[in-house]
Design a protein around this ligand. Structure first.
Ligand SMILES: [Zn+2]
Ligand SMILES: [Zn+2]
Length: 739
């Protein structure tokens, strides 16, 4: 029999075609395989049982490949001999194929460590199953001649490996060796050359040992590295980078070293060792690191080497190092040598760089394992770009996200391409970076694509969409949050709980504690947290006392700062339903944390302060408005902040369960930045499961604003397709032409 299959997922640039060829040889099948537009096409012929076995093993292809979808149909037999890998169709529609960057595989690491190997200690070792891709790609489709490796012609030995079907480097685009590939260079912070090759690596290690700040040219941009055991070095890095308290991630050489710093379960270890090599948030052991690495934080971000260069440096050092993005607060990560000197003046004492240019910037990804499932908190290196099936996607759409943690997407013809994290849009450099990303995505889906954006007129992404004169559709913030969760799970409708800091609602107020029934027809706001005023507007995001003053004014609590209370009571005070600001208020009320130097800091402190299981406090619910005032009054009289925090979390979970019961919901989506809180997720999921309700959580897409673009694309595709859409209006789902 002969079968023809179309395979989609992570199947290009990851050694998938050689895998198919080996499999066919093993099963004595003939046929061919080639890359095409958005995946791989396979024709296979032979005895029926062998063909069936082939299909099953294609579906279960090992990492880094990941088959999302395989559709097979019968074809007429051709009787050819053997199985061959065909060249990609030249000039074909292979524009969607851009594989992510992958950490070195075990074989490549063994080669780097093997004294007699040709690539011993070579920092740019890679093969068909590992190495950088997205960050090297100058154009699409992915190919060496359209990458920054084009400047390094292969030596005869590398060329032989590239052509050999038995070699794991067959068709591996970024391969190189010490003879033909890029090399290292060590410079001073001012750009004066110090050393090259192995001496450069040794000099960089010595600088870190001396307590200096090293700028390291990583996979998707420069990183800043210091000795994580050295309080002085960590303090210097914080001062120079302008980063007060936000935790730093730590790089270690291997898994045993990671285990020495954090308690790791099986899933966390699997996430650390996955080909993306993300930063994994895990419970800190509280030993072995300077206090300034993650001050007052129960969690630690740990990562393993994402490239042979990181591997060689971490091995040589033998102790944990801080490894953080090479940028100043809020700016995108720097990618070029001149950029490091211009944008990070005086930050680095030494610069370990090389001559392989970074074509596209990409931050490290962040993953948090909750209830045994890895959840992406930042779509960075290795996790993006990624192509997912999206049956809802029709007319081409590029969605630009919100203002913070922006990560755009493109959707068309049944697929959606998630692009890596760009960052916060306060600075010009970040807005320019988003412009570059949007251009790339329009190149993928077509320049006439509609742009989907947030309804907030002042967001950097909104302004970009408008300034370029692109046709655009606006989608309300919380509607997009819920839609993203539906899109990821392939669901059509759910009761969505969208809890976050703040987003613009259709009534013009600051929403953030919403319950929306979302379906392809639109969104209905069915319940919300009782609104409260904020003392002094935007400043409340960093000052929990300002949130507490508003909460105190509503709940009749004593003890709030009288000046702030007066501000909260002013008729000019903006009111909000924000769950995030309610967390900030309770953190301040319980004396857990008043000021936040980064987004979510107070809520995180409250989560970590909680002790024991905790029983819900009383609250009010009239079928629409959830009144937290009785709970806050009870928390104020609790005495033990750990118990009060646990009971506050349990109260919020009970509120979600009450709304779900009142709406007879069968499926509930929990999303928005507040659902990065593992305790809130755990309590709420348990309360819903007990009632037989299915829970959807963001997993491959961040729950915070990094996931907004997927939801915007889902809503915009639906609207462009049907022409009828309702907004999450106050109660009735009235049509809103402005949305
Ligand atoms: Zn490899
Ligand atoms: Zn070579």
């Amino acid at each position: 029999m002969r079968r023809s299959g179309r395979i989609r997922g992570i199947v290009q640039g990851v050694g998938f075609r050689p895998y198919a060829a080996r499999l066919a040889a093993e099963l004595a099948l003939s046929g061919r395989v080639r890359n095409e537009g958005r995946g791989v096409r396979i024709e296979v012929e032979g005895e029926a049982p062998a063909v069936r076995a082939f299909e099953a093993r294609i579906a279960a292809a090992p990492p880094p490949a990941r088959v999302e979808e395989a559709t097979w149909e019968d074809a007429s037999e051709e009787g050819e001999a053997g199985f061959r890998i065909e060249e990609s169709e030249a000039g074909g529609p292979a524009r969607w194929s851009i594989p992510p960057d992958l950490a070195p595989c075990a074989d490549c690491l063994a080669e780097v460590d093997e004294a007699a190997a040709r690539r011993h200690a070579y920092p740019f070792t890679s093969c068909a199953r590992c190495g950088p891709r997205y960050t090297l790609a100058l154009g699409l489709p992915w190919d060496r001649k359209r990458s920054t490796m084009a400047a390094f012609p292969m030596c005869p030995e590398c060329a032989r490996e590239y052509a050999d079907p038995r070699d794991r480097r067959q068709h591996a685009q970024p391969i190189a060796c010490p003879r033909c590939g890029p090399g290292l260079r060590l410079e001073t912070g001012q750009g004066v050359a110090l050393a090259a090759g192995a001496e450069a690596l040794e000099g960089a290690a010595a600088a870190v040992r001396r307590g200096e700040v090293l700028a390291l040219k990583g996979v998707g941009g420069f990183q800043l590295v210091v000795d994580a055991r050295d309080d002085g070095a960590v303090g210097r890095l914080r001062r120079r980078k302008g980063r007060e308290e936000k935790p730093f991630a730590v790089l270690v050489a291997d898994l045993p070293a990671a285990r020495a710093l954090a308690f790791l379960d099986r899933e966390e270890e699997a996430a650390l060792r996955s080909p993306a090599a993300p930063i994994v948030l895990a419970r800190s052991r509280g030993v072995g690191l300077a206090a300034g690495v993650a001050p007052g934080n129960a969690r630690l971000g740990v990562m393993l080497p994402a490239s042979p260069l990181h591997h060689l440096l971490a091995r040589r050092l033998g102790f944990p190092v801080v490894c953080t993005s090479g940028n100043l607060h809020g700016d995108p990560i720097a990618t070029g040598d001149a950029e490091v000197r211009a944008r990070l003046p005086g930050v680095a004492d030494a610069v370990l760089t090389h001559d392989r240019p970074i074509a596209r910037r990409c931050d490290d990804a962040v993953v948090h394992v909750v209830d045994g499932s890895p959840r992406t908190l930042r779509l960075g290196r290795g996790l993006g770009p990624v192509l997912l099936p999206a049956p809802w996607a029709g007319a081409p759409v590029v969605a630009v996200g919100g203002h913070m943690q922006v990560a755009p997407v493109a959707a068309a013809d049944g697929e959606v391409l998630l692009w890596p994290h760009v960052g916060d849009l306060d600075g010009l450099a970040a807005r320019q970076a988003l412009g570059v990303a949007v251009e790339a995505l329009r190149g993928v889906v077509g320049r006439r694509a509609t742009v989907a954006r947030d309804a907030h007129p002042d967001y950097g992404s909104t302004r970009l969409a408008e300034s370029q004169g692109l046709s655009h559709v606006s989608v309300y913030h919380h509607h997009a949050h819920v839609a993203a969760c539906l899109a990821e799970h392939g669901e059509e409708e759910a009761l969505g709980v969208a809890w976050d800091g703040v987003g613009l609602g259709p009534d013009g107020t600051a929403w953030g504690g919403e319950f929306l029934e979302v379906s392809p027809r639109g969104a209905d706001r069915v319940a919300w947290l009782r609104p409260f005023p904020l003392a002094g507007g935007d400043a409340a995001a960093r000052d929990g006392r300002r949130c507490l003053a508003g909460v105190a004014a509503v709940a009749g609590l004593a003890g709030a700062d009288p000046r702030l209370l007066a501000l909260a009571r002013s008729p000019l005070a903006a009111s909000t339903t924000s769950a995030g600001r309610l967390f900030d208020a309770v953190a301040a009320l319980l004396g857990v944390r008043e000021r936040s130097t980064f987004s979510g800091q107070a809520a995180m402190a409250l989560e970590h302060a909680a002790t024991g299981a905790g029983e819900a406090y009383p609250f009010g619910f009239d079928g629409r408005v959830l009144d937290w005032a009785p709970a806050v009054r009870a928390a104020a009289g609790e005495g033990d902040p750990g118990v009060a925090s646990a009971r506050f979390h349990a109260t919020l979970a009970a509120m979600v369960a009450a709304v779900a019961a009142a709406r007879r919901a069968r499926v509930v989506a929990l999303t928005g930045g507040c659902f990065q809180n593992a305790r809130l997720v755990g309590d709420t999921s348990a309360a819903l499961w007990r009632r037989g309700i299915r829970v959807l959580l963001p997993e491959r897409v961040p729950p915070g604003d990094g996931g907004l673009a997927l939801g915007q694309a889902w809503v915009a595709s639906r609207r462009l397709g049907s022409g009828s859409e309702t907004s999450p209006g106050d109660g009735g789902g009235s049509p809103s032409p402005s949305e």
